[in-house]
Design a protein around this ligand. Sequence first.
Ligand SMILES: Cc1cc2nc3c(=O)[nH]c(=O)nc-3n(C[C@H](O)[C@H](O)[C@H](O)COP(=O)(O)O)c2cc1C
Length: 406
Amino acid sequence: MLATLIYRSRLNQTLDPSQLADLVQQASLRNAQVQVTGILLFDGEYFLQVLEGSLASVNAAYARISQDTRHGNVVELLRDFAPCRRFVDMGMVLFDLRVMQPSLVLRKILRFGTLKYKLASNDRVYKFIRNFIASPNGNGGVRNTSPEQWQFTIKTSPFASEAPLFAEQPCQFAFQPIIEPLRGNISSLEALIRGPNGGSPQEYFSTIAPNKLHEADLASKGWALAMARRLGIGNHKVAINLLPMSLVKIPGAVEILLNHITRNQLNPGQIIVEVTEDEVISGYEEFTWAIRQLRAAGIALAIDDFGSGFAGLSLLAKFQPDKLKIDRTIVTDIHLHGPKQAIVKAIIDCCAELQITVVAEGVEKIEEWCWLEAVGIQRFQGFLFARPMLNGVSAINWPQRLTRKD
Ligand SMILES: Cc1cc2nc3c(=O)[nH]c(=O)nc-3n(C[C@H](O)[C@H](O)[C@H](O)COP(=O)(O)O)c2cc1C
């Protein structure tokens, strides 16, 4: 089985383009030793490389290449398998677009195709190459993603770092801020449910009889809001996770929720109810009814973990929330992964058209944040900025742009 990998990267100043020939010669020799073939395109700023060979050899070569400081912003675009090689066995061939006509490059590439593979213009790998040649700006590469231009400063949050529990409280909450880093603004605090000893949500819900699940879920929101008040939430917003079926199955659920809100001297406009896709798709009609109740009460809605379940886009077609939280599985290592980048760009376009605020959750690396900021996301949640803190709010790590000393 033959593995194919395509990546895009950007030249770093450390590589003088005149040294390219050397680089390619050495790469070619190395590749030939392990039967890796492929081509390298360079447009003066960006590279696009196709590597093909055994999975182990391609992975090993890519692992080395992606660590090479002579280029950066290395983004994997495609991993695939093919019945045989596309390119004739020649290690690595450079196509320097600064000195070659695009049409000539494309013709040559088609000619490099192996007879066995019959490389043709509708081939997917060939289309990546054609697209790279056609786009002068690095084929959709996102600029402005330099993590080194930021430094972080930890500042205590305006909330209590620890609030006392209520004597009869059956569960606890870890609070995590959702922030707009470049505005220095805390958009909301998410109250994440924990067990009576601080254990996971699963641990807490596993202690509850299935027929009491929705009752316990709704009741826990009262505790979440009471704790938020003890933390000094003031006029800030608080996000709570609610099973939509709790609104359907518990008679007067919305009134109960509104009572929790007013009893804690909050107003409905401060509350964001987060629901996950999985819960929603199990009963769409009932869900719609529940949502109407919440909207009519002035409560905002967010879809949580968007992209982790099955119903993402079809759900958006039926129901447009105020906020959409992109799941951490898409956010993780987004700066390295072309397919994830394409998905997030599409989500951003879609949400812009529908006036839905996008939040990226699970942001842990500065590179992830830089990429997401560069494509226009402004709200973030994740360990990079603040970890959830049991019964409190941790200090927040705020990024600041380093001023250049020329
Ligand atoms: C754009 C670019 C493409 C590269 N392509 C290859 C390649 O196809 N094969 C390869 O062995 N090294 C390639 N290299 C060089 C590797 O990154 C690395 O320097 C080399 O494999 C030696 O690795 P080592 O120092 O870990 O032994 C490339 C480097 C750059 C910047």
